[in-house]
Design a protein around this ligand. Structure first.
Ligand code: ADP
Length: 151
């Protein structure tokens, strides 16, 4: 069974993440969307909210599981028999950043990172821009799945 993890903060999940997940799930038998917990980071949405948004987005997809985790992604993979890490690439900055992480992960464990190039229509979207739009009262609804709404 081919299992992959799609790790991230998902604060909140965007249409960019959604696109990578929808396309990535076709490549594996199971896709675990793993929300990393970083005690030093300040989030806009609580862990529960972020998890609920993602779960509701993919209710229809039995191959997708949503979990939270702490610590190194490769340790999560080893503990849970995950063979692949899925990541999305938007631009050269993502590539440089992801390259360093993927090389480091390969040094730590024999786990392959699989990259999917973003869809052109969502390549400019990032969670940080979405948060900025929300904070300043803009229309964020075009950037996120319909399930993501600010109370
Ligand atoms: P992180 O805290 O790891 O940066 P994110 O939630 O921002 O977490 O991103 C998780 C993954 O989703 C990363 O691989 C990132 O490159 C990818 N990603 C984020 N936004 C997009 C997008 N618009 N298109 C494609 N991939 C994206």
């Amino acid at each position: 069974m081919k299992t992959a993890i799609f790790p991230g903060s998902f604060d909140p999940i965007t249409l960019g993440h959604y696109d990578i997940i929808e396309r990535g799930v076709k490549l594996f038998d199971e896709l675990i969307i793993a929300i990393g917990i970083n005690a030093d980071k300040k989030y806009m949405f609580s862990l529960e909210e972020r998890k609920t948004f993602i779960k509701n987005c993919f209710k229809h997809e039995p191959k997708i599981k949503v979990v939270t985790y702490e610590g190194l992604t490769v340790h999560f993979c080893q503990k849970n028999n995950v063979d692949f890490i899925l990541r999305g690439l938007r631009n050269p900055a993502d590539f440089e950043f992801e390259k360093a992480i993927a090389h480091t992960n390969r040094d730590l464990a024999p786990i392959e990172t699989v990259f999917l190039l973003t869809a052109a229509s969502t390549s400019y979207i990032s969670s940080s821009i979405v948060r900025d739009v929300i904070r300043n009262g803009g229309d964020y609804t075009k950037l996120v799945p319909a399930i993501v709404r600010v109370k």
